[in-house]
Design a binder for this molecule. Structure first.
Ligand code: SF4
Ligand code: SF4
Length: 147
């Protein structure tokens, strides 16, 4: 039995398929139901705050933000503290306007050193800024003003 196990182990080491992979260089295969970083459609959001009231971790705040990058007009939108988010999807399922959805993005936002960099503003949620760019994200975060 012991010999058989050793032979199997040696076979797997030298001839078996690799069971580990380099992440993030080699992306993880995600299921259809995977819930990554949220995306906000500002044109659908009415700023009702149901998502904020639904969040079990209290990580959504409704803040004022530009209605789009080309306008100075502001309305109320959710901002999400990704650092406290469970990715449970309740904010998405309870939104009456389907303004929030899950993306397959799961690495961006996690590779940040400071918690404040994980506070996703409406502009970041709407992908009006490059959320991969540390510098831009920092500038956006500085505009994150809880009401
Ligand atoms: S995302 Fe949906 S639930 Fe949240 S404020 Fe906008 S419309 Fe309301
Ligand atoms: S997905 Fe995150 S932000 Fe949305 S309700 Fe769950 S914990 Fe809150």
């Amino acid at each position: 039995m012991v010999i058989k196990n050793i032979i199997t182990a040696v076979k797997n080491i030298y001839f078996g398929p690799p069971v580990t992979r380099m992440c993030p260089e080699e992306p993880t295969k995600l299921s259809d139901r995977f819930r990554g970083l949220q995306v906000l459609d500002k044109t659908k959001c009415i700023g009702c705050g149901i998502c904020a009231n639904t969040c079990p971790n209290n990580c959504i705040k409704i803040v004022r933000a530009r209605i789009n990058p080309d306008s100075n007009k502001q309305r109320w939108f959710p901002s999400i503290d990704i650092g406290h988010c469970l990715f449970c999807g309740l904010c998405i399922s309870q939104c009456p306007k389907d303004a929030l959805e899950s993306s397959k993005v799961y690495l961006t936002g996690v590779i940040r050193w400071n918690h404040e960099d994980l506070l996703f503003t409406p502009d970041m949620l709407a992908r009006e800024v490059d959320i991969n760019a540390e510098e831009e994200a920092g500038e956006e975060v500085s505009r994150w003003t809880p009401q």
